[in-house]
Design a protein around this ligand. Structure first.
Ligand code: NAG
Ligand code: NAG
Length: 247
């Protein structure tokens, strides 16, 4: 737990630094959302380094065929074992998923040079690797929270926003890791990372959606990224990144 929050604060710190270097992208899929690295560095040329490279390569290759995958590469000792996963946004085709993960992995290589662990979220995909196991572990740490300006004319827009969030958070008991909804000009999108069980996914999304409501109040748009799921909504084209949940 202590490690998790330490890692997260480091993520946010790095995010602040990294944002200055991001060049705007035309593609909604490739836009940078957040990234961060563990403080620990591995030795260049170590077996751990080649494990990290193998796992990142496996992620890129796998993303051409599926929208979620996880890998574990055992090392000579426990601390050399590398775990990795990627999750593409549910509405990406395999070509776009593959390109997104390739881009995320290449940015991770720059951002997290020689780090034992790292995570990066682009609009279209999430990639993470580490030597501590995080696979199948629900983590509701807030990684990115952004709220737009307040809605000017309350009643209608806020009602539509609440309807969109209500729909995103609704559970009929089936496993729905990717959700989109819309009401009028308000759109919403939510997704879990594929390693969560159906009930963990629902729990994570409920937390993200609840936080959007409480923390963003009557904002025109909001982004709530937790470590293993996110929920976002926007009104019309008012989000700085444009339309959500669409290609
Ligand atoms: C991860 O690697 C670092 C650096 O080699 C090591 O100090 C740490 O104990 C490892 N963590 C685990 C869970 O093995
Ligand atoms: C990891 O991937 C394997 C298949 O490669 C799958 O059986 C397993 O359920 C996955 N684990 C998690 C936590 O997603």
């Amino acid at each position: 737990m202590a490690l998790a929050s330490k890692t997260t604060s480091l993520f946010l710190l790095l995010l602040a630094v990294w944002c200055f270097f991001i060049t705007p992208s035309n593609s909604a899929t490739d836009s940078f959302v957040f990234g961060g690295c563990s403080q620990l560095k591995y030795t260049s040329g170590s077996p751990y380094e080649s494990n990290v490279n193998s796992i990142l390569t496996s992620l890129v290759n796998s993303a051409m065929y599926t929208s979620y995958s996880n890998f574990t590469l055992p090392g000579a000792s426990n601390q050399d074992t590398v775990y990795g996963l990627f999750q593409c946004r549910g509405n990406l085709n395999s070509g776009d998923c593959g390109r997104c993960v390739a881009k995320a992995v290449s940015q991770l290589g720059t951002l997290c040079l020689d780090s034992t662990g790292g995570a990066l979220q682009l609009e279209g995909c999430f990639v993470k690797y580490d030597n501590t196991t995080f696979l199948g572990v629900e983590d509701k740490t807030v990684v990115v929270k952004k709220c737009g300006p307040s809605i000017s004319s309350y009643s209608d827009a806020l009602g539509r926003r609440d309807a969109v969030l209500g729909y995103l958070g609704a559970s009929d008991g089936t496993y729905k890791p990717f959700r989109v909804s819309g009401s009028g000009d308000v759109q919403g999108v939510a997704q879990c990372v594929g390693d969560l069980s159906p009930s963990e996914c629902q729990d994570c999304l409920s937390e993200a959606i609840g936080r959007l409501k409480t923390d963003c109040g009557a904002a025109k748009w909001g982004d709530m990224y937790l470590a293993k799921c996110y929920a976002r909504y926007s009104e019309g084209g008012d989000h700085p990144h444009g339309q959500k949940g669409e290609q």
